[in-house]
Design a binder for this molecule. Structure first.
Ligand code: ZN
Length: 536
């Protein structure tokens, strides 16, 4: 509200102090000199490079949406014309780095890769106010920028609640604005299996649908409304392409051996007891998981992963591995036989069943590696004997993630205490609506998270590859709430992922967010302003 009363004139100047904050901005403006955006004749780019041409069209589209200017791509230039030039520059060493140079008649955006240029475009776009007819002055600056971390992820759980393909694209648009480069798509859950697998059609015929959903926080009362949906492989490919165009890698997650009840409902023979099972209507961690004693389980898992790897070209495949209770495995003769056959024994640190999960993970990892890919798992895969080349998603205790980094695993952090965006954004005293899972991670709290503490070894620091925000959707039933939960916290997390820590400052960050909010409003994205209310 406070920002709203600032004069319209003040907002007509571009401001490169965006979110995430560029690492180096040098102002060259002398006197009143600036680049007037309204007079731009064209966006010039190498016409023989499809990614650069696409970048140019993205910029043209953003400018149209934000300023109502229609600027052609690669139109003919005349002497003295003002224009924006996109180019590759191999002198820029960081693979995602870019340089923006604003001169009185020319804006140059360069990167060592088209991806770097794309981030330069995002910075320029975020620097602009929302204004009609493009009456915007762009100050003369030179920006040299590159991200601090190579992994900047956002997650979306489509298992607990199904989200449409259109929303997934919208979500990817939001990610692109925040310089996110990885979309972790959590595709399977106890409450719904969401990806078409041609070899196992019942996964989506049966596993994608539940009879109802529990009302409130696991009250035991159900709404009796059938809920579900799934993505065809064609739709998944469409998402991969949509994300790729925005330099975002989609990492699919098929969570195993736990969180598999939807699959067990479809193929009960894969469980220890043989069922029957029903697609879950409650939330939580359930005892029924894949049987690690049966060979059919491994056949199933590798068949599914074959189709997943055909659809998703990502280097990494997320195989979950979290929250797999040992209850069924302890009582299952086949699982116990496997433990005996493999010579797995409890020791002071872990149970024989913990080692059975390691056995499971290693077999799956070897299979994925044999196809030229690598696995990511939740930090539970550290229990038992650790899978050698796995990347760890640290979600529980940060110290465990740091230990994995010390052991030589690549690690990225999405601690539930901080980067779980299904939590409230304000303290408990304010909790009323909407009903959420609980917890609290304020914008400031998210902003303060530091994944790479001083007191770890240099070697370990090199294994900390980034941060990720997670959106679990037990209580997030609709698109608007999904947006509200991730915005503006995504901006705080991604500033940690992008900007060097010595440049970070929370109150400065809060001021810089207002222009981002203008963009959210322009696109109709819902966001939370609680962080502004609590200080007033
Ligand atoms: Zn079993």
């Amino acid at each position: 509200m406070f920002m709203g009363i600032m004069g319209a004139k003040a907002q007509m100047k571009a401001d490169f102090k965006v979110v995430p904050l560029p690492n180096r901005i040098v102002e060259n403006t002398k006197g009143s000199q600036a680049f007037p955006l309204g007079n731009v004749c064209t966006i010039a780019c190498p016409a023989d490079q499809p990614q650069m041409v696409r970048n140019a069209h993205f910029l043209a589209e953003y400018l149209k949406q934000q300023t109502e200017l229609t600027i052609p791509v690669n139109a003919k230039l005349h002497k003295g014309d003002r224009y924006i030039k996109l180019a590759l520059n191999k002198k820029i060493t960081a693979p995602e780095g870019y340089r923006i140079k604003v001169e009185p008649t020319l804006i140059t955006i360069e990167g060592s890769t088209p991806q770097g240029v794309f981030y330069g475009i995002q910075t320029l776009r975020k620097a602009l106010p929302i204004a009609d007819a493009g009456q915007i002055e762009i100050p003369l600056v030179t920006i040299d920028d590159a991200p601090r971390f190579k992994y900047r992820g956002m997650h979306l759980d489509v298992g607990r609640h199904f989200f449409s393909i259109d929303f997934v694209k919208r979500y990817i648009d939001i990610l692109a604005l925040h310089n996110v480069n990885t979309f972790h798509w959590h595709l399977t859950e106890d409450q719904g299996w969401r990806m078409e697998i041609k070899k196992y059609p019942r996964l989506t015929e049966i596993g994608a649908w539940r009879k109802g959903t529990v009302i409130g926080r696991n009250t035991g009362i159900y709404d009796h409304r059938r809920h579900g949906g799934f993505y065809t492989q064609e739709e998944c490919r469409e998402i991969v392409k949509y994300a790729q165009e925005r330099y975002i890698t989609v990492i699919p997650e098929i969570d195993m051996p736990g969180h598999m009840i939807a699959a067990l409902a479809a193929y009960p023979e894969l469980g220890c007891t043989g069922g029957p099972y029903e697609v879950e209507r409650m939330w939580g961690v359930f005892d029924d998981i894949l049987c690690a004693g049966k060979e059919e389980t491994f056949k199933f898992a590798t068949d599914v992963l074959d189709e997943v790897m055909q659809v998703f070209p990502s280097e990494y495949i997320h195989i979950g591995g979290d929250e797999a209770p040992r209850t069924r495995w302890k009582a299952c003769p086949l699982c116990q036989k496997r433990i005996a056959d493999e010579g797995l024994h409890a020791d002071g640190k872990h149970s024989a069943e913990d080692y059975l999960q390691s056995y499971f993970t290693k077999r799956i990892e070897q299979y994925v590696n044999s196809k030229g890919r690598k696995i990511i798992g939740w930090d539970e895969i550290l229990e038992g004997e650790i899978a050698p080349s796995a990347t760890i998603q640290s979600w529980r205790e940060v110290k465990d993630g740091l230990r994995a980094a010390e052991q030589g695993h690549d690690v990225f952090f999405s601690p539930n205490s901080t980067l779980y965006f299904d939590f409230y954004q304000y303290p408990e005293t304010n909790w009323s609506k909407p009903l959420l899972i609980g917890g609290c991670s304020t914008l400031e709290h998210v902003y303060a998270f530091e994944p790479c503490p001083e007191n770890i070894s240099e070697a370990a620091k090199n294994h900390i590859i980034g941060v990720q925000g997670n959106l679990w959707t037990e209580y997030i039933k609709d698109e608007e709430l999904a947006e509200y939960q991730v915005l503006p916290r995504m901006g705080a997390a991604m500033e940690t992922g992008w900007t060097q820590p010595e440049k970070k400052n929370y109150s400065d960050f809060k001021n810089r967010q207002h222009r981002l909010f203008d963009i959210y409003r322009l696109y109709g994205w819902k966001y939370c302003t609680e962080a502004w209310r609590e200080n007033k």
